[in-house]
Write a new protein. Structure first.
Length: 763
């Protein structure tokens, strides 16, 4: 019937072949989700019609001519330039819906299905299809009739009782076939505007769900068909598989697995939402995976972390758990998603396909490891938000290191938990090593749980790992102590609160052969290399002195086990995280943690909230000077320091809590894709960074690949970027070379600025 019409140039795929594949994927989605999605049959019928007609516009000469030119074939009629095929598909459905609604009062038009067709390749914005308004278009009557005959036949196959649905389709077609594109655009605008006005008036935020489900079903089916794939296989795993994988992992490291700890066993028995409080090294990852074994069917596991580095490391670990199907067919069950994940995957496998990453970034896989931003952007209608949210339906979401987020990000996390729990039955396992009581109460309330679902690893909480000291000496005055530790063959960690200070100290210790500087201003390639060298040093030279000078990045990104820590004062929870890198494996010999006073810069620019937190932390640690503190002692200390602090009264937290709804009401009427030029949207407080390449690599990278250039990027603060000299890459204009000093040893340093007097000063 429509085999002569092309859908794709690859293998000259016909419109009927492609549409049949889309309908097949739609049917599989219906089988998986109809019983649990709680939508009625009319919703599924709408989704079917969207799938059936989503590519009707490909029957146009505009589209057929375009493909035939690509194939080097002759075209039959000139004058029909390329135009969006989904514009014509959507207009036909919109007109048909309006006609049916007019002829029968009992039919309520559902524009979500029409909107899904309009936007399955393009963002939903105010000016959707404006560029097509002046184009000539044509679908030959014989081609339109052939498509309707095909549609009627498929309707009979899937919904035999709905045969009358297409009765008006030819009348609709006669109404639009001779209209210019500008008139069709007015019809599209009428449908869109009247619906949005109605939603606005009724404050119908709930409708966002109907739209995103329709759009997600269509896009999932279309992407699956276009790649000639099947939907991802469901992942079945149980406690036994986790046990087996841990046994293998421990054996590889030369140890023996003595069974799950009580904390882990209990985790596997708890259903619903859980809040887990357990110190570093208590096997929280395995505990969370045991909790997730209680899934049924197609529910995804989404594991969220604060940093890309931790996400990459966990992906490798979970990939060894769930990498491939039991019969070793190459279907991977795991994915990693964040702003540079594609490069990370290409590094592991140079044949990694772009199409795979597109699917993975929309949470198609059974297990997705991601940074928390990947979940938070769905609330801003950013990225593949419709498919992401669809895949979070009944998902098991594991939120690790919850204490690491500033109040603003925490507000967005809470708003997201509320939305997903209310609309998508999502379940959460929230983990942390340090958490003030008020935050526990807040999270327990948002998760809807009582004390029986708050899991504490009491066994390890009572153990002591380190002795804590405070001193009034500066880090420079502590040098003899640091050098004595190094002579004894200890691994020593110095943590300061600014990159400039880390670089200064690295220079000061020039005489120490085994030393390294580690902070956030290294290019991707070097940061990865440094992490590898740090872990290798620990493994291959365990009794040789080594000095690591780092900033806060060490708190959540490196699994190291050192003997001594010298740290600049910071909020108590940051100190605990830093101390978590010392005596991590809990040897009998306790580690040493020395806290020295913080700088003025730290108080003004790094930890200025909550007010007085730095002084209070130092004063409380001073009272416990020279004491061996257990994990429970440290948690109690968090309570003392944060006493009187209430995150729910924090301005940033309150702002974030209602940010999604305010933005969507103001600009997007809940459905539009958010466009960055309307308002700057950050999922994290103060994350106003820009990626640059140090200009020393400009010549070297002139003919390099996009992947190679990306490995040379580093994030710097926006205000620094604006005030420095930069130059766009000649070949790939989105890369920017930044004038700075850079080296593998020290990372990026800003150039000194000349002031009017001719002297230089550093920012």
């Amino acid at each position: 019937m429509i085999d002569h019409l092309l859908a794709k140039t690859k293998d000259r795929e016909s419109l009927s072949t492609h549409t049949d594949l889309v309908l097949g994927a739609w049917q599989e989605l219906h089988t998986r989700y109809a019983a649990v999605l709680e939508e009625d049959e009319s919703f599924w019928f709408d989704a079917f019609i969207a799938a059936l007609f989503h590519d009707f516009g490909k029957a146009s000469l505009n589209f057929q001519n375009m493909l035939r030119k690509e194939l080097g074939e002759s075209i039959s009629e000139n004058g029909y330039e390329p135009m969006r095929h989904e514009f014509l598909s959507g207009v036909l459905l919109a007109a048909h819906t309006m006609l049916k609604a007019r002829s029968r009062q009992d039919i309520q038009p559902n524009p979500a299905q029409v909107f899904a067709v309009f936007t399955h390749h393009k963002d939903f914005t105010l000016d959707l299809f404006c560029k097509d308004a002046d184009k000539q278009w044509k679908i030959r009557p014989s081609d339109a009739d052939a498509f309707f005959a095909y549609a009627s036949q498929r309707l009979g196959m899937y919904y035999s009782e709905k045969g009358a649905f297409l009765n008006d389709i030819e009348t609709t077609w006669q109404f639009i076939e001779d209209k210019p594109a500008s008139s069709l655009l007015m019809l599209k605008d009428h449908v869109v505007q009247s619906t949005l006005a109605d939603l606005e008036e009724k404050r119908n935020y709930v409708y966002r769900k109907t739209y995103l489900l329709q759009k997600a079903l269509l896009m999932i089916a279309d992407w699956t068909a276009s790649g000639h794939r099947k939907l991802e296989t469901t992942l079945a795993y149980d406690v036994e598989l986790i046990r087996q994988k841990i046994v293998e992992r421990v054996a590889k490291a030369g140890g023996t697995f003595s069974g799950f700890r009580e904390f882990q066993e209990r985790s596997g028995q708890l259903s619903g939402n859980v809040l887990a409080i357990a110190p570093t090294g208590s096997g929280k990852t395995e505990a969370a995976l045991l909790w997730a074994t209680q899934r049924e069917g197609y529910e995804k596991i989404v594991y969220l972390l604060p940093t890309r580095v931790t996400a990459n490391a966990l992906f490798k670990r979970l990939d060894s758990f769930f990498g491939y199907t039991a019969d070793k067919k190459p279907e991977r069950f795991t994915a990693v998603v964040h702003s540079s994940a594609k490069l990370f995957r290409l590094d592991l496998d140079e044949n990694y396909e772009n199409l795979n990453y597109l699917r993975e970034s929309a949470f198609f896989k059974a297990v997705t490891v991601a940074t928390v931003d990947q979940m938070l952007t769905q609330g801003f209608n950013l990225g593949w938000w419709e498919m992401k949210t669809f895949h979070l339906f009944r998902a098991r979401v594991i939120l690790d290191e919850i204490h690491a987020y500033a109040p603003y990000t925490l507000g967005l996390i809470v708003a997201t938990i509320r939305y997903l729990r209310a609309n998508f039955q999502t379940q959460f396992y929230v983990m942390t090593a340090t958490m003030p009581q008020k935050l526990q109460v807040l999270l327990a309330r948002e998760l809807g749980i009582g004390d029986d679902k708050i899991l504490r690893d009491q066994q390890l909480l009572d153990k002591k790992r380190n002795t804590f000291y405070t001193t009034e000496k500066t880090i420079d005055q502590l040098r003899p102590n640091v050098e004595a530790d190094l002579r004894e063959g200890k691994k020593v960690l110095i943590v300061v609160n600014t990159v400039d200070e880390a670089i200064r100290l690295y220079d000061q210790y020039a005489s120490v052969k085994n030393r390294m500087c580690y902070h956030s201003r290294f290019i991707v390639k070097h940061r990865t290399e440094k992490e590898r060298l740090i872990l290798e040093n620990e493994e291959k030279a365990p009794n040789q002195g080594f000095l690591l000078i780092a900033t806060q990045v060490v708190e959540v990104s490196l699994d190291i086990d050192y003997q001594s820590l010298y740290t600049e004062n910071a909020p108590i929870d940051a100190i605990i995280q830093r101390a978590g890198r010392i005596n991590r494996k809990r040897s009998e010999t306790l580690g040493k943690v020395v806290i020295f006073p913080h700088s003025e810069t730290t108080e003004k620019h790094v930890y200025d909230e909550p007010q007085g937190i730095l002084k209070k932390t130092f004063d409380e640690l001073e009272k416990r000077k020279g004491t061996d503190l257990s994990e429970q002692d440290l948690l109690d200390l968090v309570e003392v320091v944060y006493d009187g602090w209430n995150v729910e009264a924090d301005k940033q937290y309150i702002d974030a809590l209602t940010k999604y709804e305010r933005l969507l009401k103001k600009h997007c009427a809940y459905l539009y894709d958010f466009s960055g030029d309307l308002e700057q949207v950050f999922t994290r407080e103060g994350l106003d960074t820009v990626n640059v390449i140090p200009n020393c690599y400009q010549i070297e990278l002139a003919n390099a690949s996009i992947l190679e250039k990306s490995k040379h990027e580093v994030a710097i603060r926006n205000h620094r970027f604006k005030s420095g000299r930069k130059e766009k890459d000649m070949k790939h204009s989105w890369f920017q070379y930044f004038d700075c000093d850079y080296s593998f040893e020290k990372g990026l340093r800003y150039k000194a600025k000349e002031n009017h007097a001719g002297t230089t000063h550093h920012h």
